[in-house]
Ligand binder design. Structure first.
Ligand code: PMP
Length: 421
């Protein structure tokens, strides 16, 4: 049998293996079904991470598995060099309907970073060649060069110290006046915003601030790109999180939930004007493309996921279950170590006080380990590891939500012993 970890250590990333070993985290997964994963033999975990939020229907949802199986065994090639890919038009139409407003076209690719990279290219074209961008502290848009230059935290530039492409402006989270100052003095192609920051720790933009951001962008001829790689397709209780603020962005990027995590796929959704700035003439009809664009498996999974989300009314479920979890966590505030709860729908985070100093992430880290020892997976928000993040499947049951809350309650009780030592 292959030594999964040993091979990974040799040829992928030895330091990652060292860290996992030192922290005594599970390393080798053998099962994933519904809201649970199995690792290192028979240890079962309630998975409140759910593939970084991609497993929106839980692991191996039968409808998605069936759609993929049909596509695998069906007639169309997976990639179509001459002609048009099967199912891509249908999925694009559906996504554009769901996004609404000015969104009329989709470009498909394979992951969040690539989608943001593409959105930046479309924004440069649509703004008549402007090349500057604005993004926010705490934001995250991926790690290829385009989105990396817009990261809201310097950690991600560790391998590239001093690397800083010109014309990238990072402004404080939620600070529309700061955006206005940049837009007024520069030729900015686009502002990139996550309506609810994910890696920033489930931090939502206030609706009115998002509306005034959209207004400021429109006033300056700057495009607004909503990065909904994590929030898109139901997680926050609406199809897209921007819809809760009633804004009409020029470009929306979405990925994780699009295939339920089963196939790498992403979509750049955009207005007709943005699209036509790239595909400007018949001679330029294929000027932007990629080998895996519209890959059959991604399209098949996408259509199945959208059907299940709608049929099972999982957007409403994300909202109501989010409230159940949020109020359960709120009850643990105060005497216990929980110092904050925030997020929207099923993108939630709770903050845990440090053991010796209130803002030390060791409290959250220990709580994460205590939860793991009780068979529950959560993760620390990379940009502020005092927050523990939750991106569970939208199919989580009430009983599973209560199982999670019980484990948090017990873990916090154990944690209080550390606080008192
Ligand atoms: N944008 C956001 C908001 C994300 O959460 C992520 C992934 N965490 C990305 C972009 C990058 O996506 P990927 O990891 O698929 O490249």
């Amino acid at each position: 049998m292959t030594d999964t970890v040993g091979a990974y250590r040799t040829a992928v990333n030895p330091l990652r293996c060292d860290v996992i070993e030192e922290l005594d985290w599970p390393s080798s997964y053998t099962g994933a079904e519904g809201a649970y994963v199995t690792a290192d033999g028979d240890q079962r975990y309630l998975d409140m991470i759910a593939e970084f939020g991609a497993a929106v229907l839980g692991h191996r949802h039968p409808r998605v598995v069936r759609a993929l199986s049909d596509a695998l065994h069906g007639g169309s090639p997976f990639i179509v060099p001459i002609g048009v890919p099967a199912l891509a038009g249908e999925l694009a139409q559906r996504l554009c309907e769901l996004a609404g407003g000015r969104i009329e076209r989709a470009y498909f690719c394979t992951g969040g970073s690539e989608a943001v990279e593409n959105a930046m290219k479309f924004a440069v074209a649509a703004s008549g060649g402007r090349s500057e961008f604005v993004s926010f502290e705490g934001g995250y848009h991926g790690l290829t060069p385009g989105p990396l230059a817009l990261a809201g935290h310097d950690y991600w530039r560790t391998p590239l110290p001093g690397w800083s492409p010109p014309g990238r402006h990072r402004v404080p989270f939620g600070d529309v006046a700061a955006v206005e100052r940049v837009l007024a003095g520069r030729e900015v192609a686009a502002v990139l915003v996550e309506p609810v920051q994910g890696i920033g720790g489930a931090r939502p933009w206030p609706d009115d601030a998002l509306r005034s951001l959209a207004e400021r962008c429109a006033a300056h001829g700057t495009l607004l790109i909503c990065d909904e790689v994590l929030t898109g397709l139901g997680r926050t209780g609406s199809w897209f999180a921007f819809q809760q603020a009633g804004i009409d962005p020029d470009i929306v990027v979405t990925s994780k939930a699009l295939s339920g995590g089963v196939v790498p796929v992403a979509a750049v959704l955009m207005s007709r004007a943005v699209h036509e700035s790239v595909y400007a003439s018949p001679a330029a009809a294929t000027v932007h493309s990629s080998t895996f664009e519209g890959h059959l498996l991604g399209m098949a999974a996408g259509l199945a996921v959208l059907e299940v989300l709608a049929e099972q009314d999982l957007l409403a479920r994300a909202a109501s279950l989010g409230e159940r979890l949020r109020s359960g966590l709120e009850e643990l505030k105060g005497a216990r170590a929980v110092t904050g709860v925030r997020g929207r729908g099923l993108l939630l985070a709770f903050q845990v006080a440090g053991i010796d100093a209130p803002d030390d992430p060791d409290g959250a880290g220990t709580c994460m380990d205590l939860l793991m020892s009780r068979g529950v997976l959560v993760y620390q928000a990379a940009h502020d590891p005092t927050w523990l993040k939750l991106t569970p499947p939208l199919t989580l049951t009430d009983a599973q939500a209560d199982e999670f809350l019980g484990a948090v309650r017990d873990s916090l009780a154990d944690l209080s012993a550390y606080h008192e030592d």
